[in-house]
Design a protein around this ligand. Sequence first.
Ligand code: PMT
Length: 364
Amino acid sequence: MTESAQAFISPLTFQALSGHPVGTRLLDEDQEHVMGHISLARWADSVLVAPATANCIAKFSHGLSDDLVSTLVLAATCPVFIAPAMNQAMWNKAVTQENVARLNRDGFRFIGPASGEQACGEIGYGRMAEPDVICETLSRFFCHCDLSGKKVLISAGPTREPIDPVRFITNRSSGKMGYAIAEAAIEAGGIVTLVSGPVALPPPKYCQIINVESAAQMHEAVMASAPNSDVYIGAAAVADYSPNTHQPEKIKKIENTLILELFKTRDILAEVAALPVQRPFTVGFAAETHDLERYAKDKLAKKNVDMIAANWVGKDQGGFDRDQNALQVYWKGGGKQLEMTDKTQLARQLINLIAEKMNEKNTN
Ligand code: PMT
């Protein structure tokens, strides 16, 4: 426990409730014959810092070690998990986000923060993830499942491209496919970040969710997390074109015709696949109304991704806003048909296939 933690709860309370000793001091005369912090760091299978304040995160990020917690984290060679807890403005500050990004790059794993009402009365990201979410995430890390401990970044749902303050261009994606993939990846032991367009689905429980609206916002959110991820799965139906300018006021109905100029959005999938270093295993989707195989293989090659999951859309079954779907999955030199079934089952099959192909790639 840090000094600040002890100001909230006494070490005696923790000791009594957990039945374990509580370390508070860097230099402990009872422990120094074994170098207390070093032996703790060697002993642990993982370290979890919860709640982690902005100050803690800043110290870890810069290698400071002026108390038992920061020294233990610096000395640890096992996986370190951090469950941030702070005011939303502190979490959103550029300097905190830079510290988080640096720790992510260095292999630290973040659980949360969650969004919602905070102790200070403000609303936003910064609440510590619920204790059961933290415990579940940790136990999944040790579960030896297919994606155990892997950082999985998933995009889901549609995007909305604003025309004016009251109108937008969007598509029929419900987010069901992407959310089912997120659930399946969590089940398989992945540490999941879900970047979601506007959908009417409850968020999966054990993952970090980043809500966005437009293709540009989705691009920003995905590109910020992609270099720290082991896998990227682009299930979102991202707008290919967006209005050139977002009119600040409602467009009035005056002329008989109205011409909107649309510009190509940035291709998130292609940019993730083109990351020069720390490129995740990259899985794209292809949604087609005709020539499914040809277009899917074309996307696999042109976007240089590891795998493409292709589905029919605009047909009688599967695809957009249905509970069922089928996928034709392609990778360089192979492919597999995943038959029509509900999206929960289908997502599990897809995750198994991704884990298998990732393993093959890593062992080659
Ligand atoms: O959400 P549901 O209702 O459950 O429906 C599921 C689904 C049909 C939306 C899903 O299965 C699916 O096919 N998602 C991808 C839809 C799509 O945009 O396909 P595309 O062929 O236009 O794009 C190919 C790939 O490029 C996709 O991985 C897409 O995320 C990506 N892309 C596209 C444009 C862009 N600007 N950036 C991208 O990353």
